[in-house]
Design a protein around this ligand. Structure first.
Ligand code: CUK
Ligand code: CUA
Length: 645
């Protein structure tokens, strides 16, 4: 009998003992329930490992990409209970995100491009801020692949504070990943295009199309990215992909994968092979190795070119200054993941059954010795792959991404084609265990598994397909996050969680006790600027100010009263309603909605938020609180009176 079976039978025995008495009172025993629900001991053990009784909390919190929803999903481990959606690149009505003036400013400005409002985001990779390579629980960053941009979320209140638009890229996938002290956040382009936009015919792809990596400077005190202190590096028109920052001995360097280094542009319409054939013709693509510390020096010395007002280090400069190198990598690579000690990097080739582990020390030795096997067409020095390989390990078909365990030398890698997750030893180069998942795993997430000190215990498989795992809900299926107990060499599947918001490409998990979010805001806070809101009010100071054509309401909400209860305006007036939640009690959020006006605020304790609208039609419009906040919640109401002009 192994340990887990012993535990299960012990659990059963103990429960029988307790339950025989209650059985007499008509309650079911554990065995009755197991029989009724068709559960075996393994199921019960898995349930015991995830079940979180009421009032108990989770050990880890997960921040998952919400894919096409443009949002972030927060859930707990091991319970897999969803705790929050965070509005990022799309409106989120519950939180008033994209409805109140304060958040609209961030979202509307961050969604505006060429006079167009982009109304979705394709979020891929959330990244938690780090101090010395470990999560510090302060900030979360996430990218949008489609409209290259990056968002900053403050974990004091789980709200989006900033969206920065990439000034030179047309598509992006290699973000967000942070440097060990969160000085910089990296964003690598995906599909090559003319840098900065504009038209260049496809025939000039090789000459005029480019990839790039952007290093966004993060100001931790302000909690904001500083675009003016950020820079980019021009890269060849290979399809750049996932990236990672070095840490420890490799700090100061960053790594970016690529596929389609064939620079193939498709055109099946004119009889050419399709993209997928042309883009996977070669046996190897290129890992880009970048000395970003050197890049920072070049940027500060002004050795850059301005594109759309943004500083770009040209490839020729980077080559001359010795900050950019290529290493061949097999074949159609996806993830590049630096080991916790910063000494090795794991690269997965989607069309190879191996993962390749490169040695940073060997890479440095080759660079120092000037030992290159040649140059690419753009003059970038190529390091010979065999000079820098630590190990190549056969794991299975379709390896994609790697995360690390608390145990030294232990890694987890997703195997997309095999629908398996491998646990393996990257020092020795041997497989420890493999487990089937359901189905087609993309990323995987180990607890703090991309930091200098991973926490081990659990792994989550982020599966692209669910197929038969859940009750059918129509042709569009949710995705499936599968929780796996990874505390022993032999892994155990514990739980399936459907994610119905979009494709959650990647997720990161942090020890819950590192997070110290606010319970309430200081009185009258504008949560988006984190400053005192100029229109906040104290109790008794509520008022309405009128100027010709304009009405400004300085109001408050507290159980169970909206002040003012009547707002009188004239047809055609521009109206702004500022409301401050005067509550100090935990969880006493009030909402505010006005009939037919697209006005919808979420006012957490202490917050001040505003809604501006034109009173364009005479009438009587009820307004009310949208959160059931007390027994007199329904009486928390009022009228907007719009007098005919
Ligand atoms: S991901 Cu973005 S294509 Cu493997 Cu990082 Cu899903
Ligand atoms: Cu306030 Cu309901």
């Amino acid at each position: 009998m192994n340990r887990s079976m012993k535990l299960a039978s012990l659990l059963a025995t103990v429960s029988f003992g307790v339950l025989t008495a209650s059985q007499a009172m008509g309650a079911e025993s554990l065995q009755d329930v197991m029989k009724r629900r068709g559960l075996n001991e393994k199921d019960v053990l898995a349930a015991a490992k995830t079940y979180t009784p009421t009032g108990k909390r989770d050990e880890f919190l997960v921040f998952s990409s919400g894919g096409q929803s443009g949002q972030v999903i927060v859930y707990g481990i091991p319970s897999m209970r969803i705790l929050k959606y965070i509005g990022v690149f799309t409106p989120e009505p519950w939180q008033g995100y994209g409805y109140d003036d304060e958040s609209k400013k961030i979202l509307d400005e961050g969604s505006n491009i060429d006079g167009r409002q982009v109304k979705f985001g394709d979020t891929h990779h959330p990244a938690l801020s780090e101090t010395n390579g470990d999560y510090d629980g302060q900030y979360l960053f996430i990218n949008d692949k489609n409209f290259p941009r990056l968002a900053v979320i403050d974990l004091k209140d789980f709200e989006t504070k900033q969206i920065v638009k990439n000034p030179i890229m047309m598509s992006e996938h290699g973000g967000a990943f942070v440097s060990p002290n969160t000085d910089y956040i990296i964003e690598a382009s995906q599909y090559a295009a003319p840098l900065g936009g504009g038209f260049v015919p496809l025939e000039q792809f090789n000459e005029k199309y480019r990839g790039a990596v952007t290093y966004w400077k993060f100001n931790r005190e302000k909690g904001r990215i500083e675009p003016e202190n950020s820079f980019s590096l021009e890269l060849p028109p290979y399809s750049q992909d996932l990236s990672d920052f070095g840490k420890g001995p490799s700090d100061g360097w960053s790594f970016t994968n690529s596929f389609c280094s064939e620079r193939y542009v498709g055109g099946i319409e004119s009889g050419r092979p399709p993209f997928e054939a042309g883009c996977s013709a070669k046996d190897t693509d290129f890992l880009h190795v970048v000395n970003w510390k050197k890049g920072e020096e070049l940027f500060k010395a002004g050795k850059t070119k301005q594109i759309n007002g943004h500083a770009v280090i040209e490839m020729a400069t980077a080559i001359k200054e010795g900050m950019l190198f290529l290493i061949p990598e097999p074949k159609s690579p996806h993830g590049v993941d630096v080991t916790p000690d910063g000494k090795l990097l794991t690269v997965s080739g989607k069309l190879d059954s191996h993962v390749t582990v490169y040695s940073f020390e060997k890479i440095q030795a080759a660079i120092k010795a000037g030992k290159f096997s040649g140059k690419d067409e753009y003059g970038v020095p190529i390091i010979d792959m065999k000079d820098v390989i630590h190990k190549q390990v056969e794991l299975g078909l379709g390896p994609l991404h790697t995360q690390y365990d608390a145990k030294p030398c232990v890694a987890y890698t997703s195997l997309y084609v095999d629908s398996m997750l491998a646990k393996w030893d990257f020092c020795e180069g041997k497989v420890i265990d493999k487990i089937s998942i359901h189905y087609n795993i993309g990323h995987l997430m180990a607890m703090e598994g991309d930091t200098a000190h991973p926490a081990g215990k659990y792994v989550v498989a982020l599966n692209k397909l669910a197929i038969d795992r859940f009750n059918p809900v129509g042709p569009l299926h949710p995705q499936n996050h599968q929780l796996i107990d990874a505390s022993n060499d032999k892994m155990q599947l514990l739980y399936d969680m459907p994610l119905p918001l979009g494709e959650p490409h990647y997720a990161v998990a942090i020890a819950a006790d590192k997070l110290k979010p606010h319970v309430r805001y200081p009185h009258g806070t504008d949560s988006r600027t984190e400053e005192k809101h100029p229109a906040s009010v104290r109790a008794g100071k509520e008022r309405i100010e009128r100027t010709p054509g304009k009405v400004e309401v300085f109001g408050s909400v507290i159980r169970s009263h909206i002040t003012p209860e009547i707002m009188e305006v004239t047809e055609g007036d521009e109206v702004t309603v500022h409301l401050t939640n005067l509550e100090r009690a935990e969880d006493e959020t009030h909402g505010f909605a006005i009939s037919k006006h697209n006005v919808n605020l979420s006012l957490e304790p202490g917050k001040t938020a505003s809604a501006s609208f034109k009173a364009n039609k005479a009438g009587v419009y009820p307004y009310y609180c949208t959160e059931f906040c007390s027994a007199l919640h329904l009486e928390m109401q009022g009228y907007l009176i719009v007098q005919p002009a």
